[in-house]
Ligand binder design. Structure first.
Ligand SMILES: Cc1cc2nc3c(=O)[nH]c(=O)nc-3n(C[C@H](O)[C@H](O)[C@H](O)COP(=O)(O)O)c2cc1C
Ligand code: SF4
Ligand code: SF4
Length: 381
């Protein structure tokens, strides 16, 4: 399998594929990652408790039978654990603290090691939330945003891990982005329902941040539901405890999809309300009443402006061709997974593979969103 199959980057960090090991306190050590996630694009070790208050909370959690990582020297432990992860995946380090200073110290070490710092705003164990750590940060957005800003001053690549459906997610995501975070790691949990796919789509349409999603993924079909709503990466936690080969299998499946289709996280069509705004790349000429109009409005485009922006992109590319298609150009054509002999005939004549067609559609989607009159992440605070 080629290491260049995917072009996935955050800042200057590259990921070899879009499958990640999610952190599980007391479990996801370097040896766990080496055993079960060597094929992953990203392994997130931890969570590590950095200050005296979170270390005490971790000890109390252990007393009631839950696993946690503990150490009198958590920074030394983190440094050693990063070194002990086998070469291959990018490394993330999930950390909690009730105070900012240890986070800054950890950020410097993690940055020097070329890894990602992940701030845990997710843990809902009472011992942690009682001292203002983990999910308690969601109840104090100004503090969360200040911390993000201060951590980012170290230059580390920063992921923020949150649980969905706790507070207003769109407001949360916009604030996290404005504060300077690079990655949103979203546990898309909807209590009693598994993953909240609609929310992933809504978040995709509200931020340009790199988006890692998880919850209840145990096979490629579940992962694809997240990718088609705009996840850049899908992570797995409990599934890896059940199935030691899950990550390798997911990597094989998504790599096969990328080879065939050229756009591993291509959106759904927007007709049925499931596709995010990237799906406008597959939309028809906006000449009839249908959901395209509501969606282009979100980006501030009139029907004419949307027509112009797509034609502007198509000019000089293979998407310009396609006289025999519904709207006279491939730029208006559907996703490759929708069978169509008219489009496929044009692709064959042009000698354009399915993957090349879809790569052009991906560039088109970026172009439509980059040039929006109303940017989807709104003005920076
Ligand atoms: C035993 C266990 C420990 C966890 N510890 C952490 C943690 O320390 N930090 C964190 O951000 N998330 C933690 N999580 C949450 C997972 O990273 C993940 O978001 C959640 O389990 C949903 O994904 P899944 O359905 O693939 O398990 C933990 C989950 C489990 C099951
Ligand atoms: S323009 Fe075409 S693809 Fe887009 S929503 Fe309307 S009918 Fe569906
Ligand atoms: S020609 Fe086929 S792919 Fe193109 S818009 Fe028409 S139905 Fe869709």
């Amino acid at each position: 399998m080629s290491d260049n199959l995917f072009d996935i980057k955050v800042g200057n960090l590259c990921f070899k594929n879009p499958i990640a090991l999610a952190p599980m306190g007391g479990i996801t050590s370097s040896s766990f990652a080496n055993e079960r996630a060597k094929d992953a694009g990203l392994v997130i070790i931890g969570g590590y408790s950095l200050d005296a208050a979170t270390q005490k909370a971790a000890s109390e959690i252990i007393t009631r039978g839950r696993e946690e990582f503990t150490s009198d020297e958590p920074l030394k432990l983190i440094e050693n654990e990063i070194k002990a992860v086998d070469e291959g995946p990018m490394i993330g380090v999930n950390v909690r603290s009730a105070t900012i200073e240890p986070l800054i110290e950890a950020a410097k070490i993690i940055k020097d090691a070329g890894a990602i710092l992940e701030l845990d705003a997710h843990c809902r164990q009472k011992e942690m939330t009682d001292i203002g750590a983990g999910q308690a940060l969601l109840a104090e957005l100004p503090r969360l945003c200040d911390w993000i800003g201060m951590i980012k001053e170290t230059g580390v690549v920063l992921s923020v891990k949150v649980r969905a459906n706790v507070i207003d997610d769109i407001e949360l995501v916009r604030k996290i982005e404005s504060a300077g975070a690079d990655i949103l790691h979203l546990d898309a949990m909807k209590e009693g329902f598994g993953a909240d796919l609609k929310l992933i789509k809504n978040i995709r349409d509200s931020t340009r941040m790199f988006l890692i999603c998880n919850n209840s993924v145990t096979d490629i079909d579940a992962a694809k539901e997240m990718f088609t709503r705009g996840a850049n990466m899908v992570s797995v936690a409990r599934g890896v405890l059940e199935d030691t080969h899950l990550i390798s299998q997911l990597v094989r499946d998504i790599s096969a999809q990328q080879e065939d289709m050229g756009w591993y996280n291509a959106p759904k069509h927007i007709c049925r309300g499931e596709g995010d705004l990237r799906g406008l790349a597959f939309c028809c000429l906006p000449v009839k009443p249908c959901p395209v109009h509501n969606n282009i409005m979100k980006l501030g485009y009139s029907a004419q402006e949307f027509t112009d922006i797509k034609m502007e992109f198509a000019k000089g590319t293979m998407l310009e061709f396609g006289d025999s298609t519904c709207f006279g150009s491939l730029v208006w054509c559907c996703k490759i997974s929708k069978p169509c002999f008219l489009r496929d005939g044009v692709l064959e004549t042009l000698g354009l593979s399915d993957a090349e067609y879809m790569r052009l559609k991906k560039e088109l989607a970026d172009y439509i969103i980059d040039n929006a009159k109303k940017p989807i992440n709104g003005p920076k605070n």
